[in-house]
Design a protein around this ligand. Structure first.
Ligand SMILES: *[C@@H]1O[C@H](CO)[C@@H](O)[C@H](O)[C@H]1NC(C)=O
Length: 295
């Protein structure tokens, strides 16, 4: 009796820690809850054990697929809005303990309503990881921005239909066998008004991430001086991979060569913040770490 009660309580707690991308914004205009989005069957993450399976492409999604294709102009601001509970655009974004980078990829398709997403060729258009100068993760900004991650749609890519894939890789168990948790959301878009000459290099899902990547297997509880976002370089129309979509406020970004963000040289500050970090981890992450067996 008690055991089953605990199990239920445990499951409820675990579900509360998750998050799903549930609304697209274009130039500040909300497109409607779940509109144009391939909604996952649940808010649970794709696990490291599933890294080489097809769920790492667009997650396991509800059918029928949406009939909407969202119109996006090249150069416009696109916002991807995350919340814990599917269909509930509340102030609940994601647990602060789920420190994570956030990335956005595009794959050109003949029809954005195409059901089969296997074999697509993806290029990254946005990423944000760890900002050493402020000791914050993309998810810290996400919570501050009411769940919205914003980036600029490249203006030089081919016009037409794309699957837009975002992922948020929660690292709170990334040093454990259960591993990092991938929250993945795909949406259906139609890009227009671009110059259409760029030819970004692409990667495949599954394939772009390995369980041993330094940005996938990572210990957020130890002091660290840098974090390497997994996957390819971010495509940018200027040809500079550290474009405006990249981790903006980093003081010393050596993205072009090493794709890592180096911690500011103020050693004292870094030690202090490490201590503060360790303390806040004990407080905020005890529940999360206790249930690390949960996917
Ligand atoms: C995509 O946009 C182009 C240009 O506006 C339009 O002609 C086309 O019908 C659109 N396709 C879809 C599926 O919305």
């Amino acid at each position: 009796m008690l055991a089953s009660f605990l199990l239920v309580a445990f499951a409820a707690l675990a579900a509360n820690a998750h998050s799903v991308m549930q609304q697209v914004h274009i130039d500040g205009k909300a497109q409607g809850a779940l509109k144009g989005i391939r909604v996952p069957k649940s808010n649970s993450p794709v696990t490291i054990a599933q890294l080489n399976g097809n769920d790492v492409i667009c997650n396991a999604v509800r059918t029928p697929l949406p009939s909407d294709v969202l119109a996006v102009k090249g150069g416009s601001k696109v916002g991807l809005e995350w919340h814990r509970t599917i269909g509930k655009l509340s102030s609940d974004v994601i647990s602060k303990s789920h420190r994570a980078p956030i990335q956005v990829y595009l794959a050109k398709v003949d029809s954005a309503k195409k059901a089969d997403v296997s074999g697509l060729k993806w290029f990254k258009v946005a990423e944000q990881g760890y900002k050493a100068s402020t000791d914050t993760w993309a998810t810290d900004d996400l919570i501050k921005n009411k769940g919205i991650f914003e980036f600029t749609m490249p203006s030089c890519i081919e016009a037409g239909e794309y699957i837009m894939r975002t992922d948020l890789i929660a690292l709170h168990n990334a040093d454990k066998p259960s591993g990092a948790q991938l929250y993945i959301g795909c949406s259906q878009i139609n890009v227009s008004g671009t110059s259409g000459s760029a030819n970004p290099s692409t990667v495949s899902f599954p394939g772009a991430y390995k369980a041993t990547d330094p940005g996938i297997k990572f210990n957020v509880y130890k002091d660290f001086s840098s974090y390497t976002i997994p996957g390819p370089q971010t495509f940018s129309c200027s040809g500079n991979s550290a474009g405006s979509n990249a981790d903006a406020a980093a003081t010393t970004t050596t993205k072009a060569s090493t794709k890592t963000t180096t911690k500011a040289s103020t050693k004292t500050k870094s030690t202090e913040s490490a201590t503060a970090k360790a303390q806040s981890f004990v407080k905020t992450d005890s529940k999360c770490r206790a249930k690390r067996g949960h996917a």
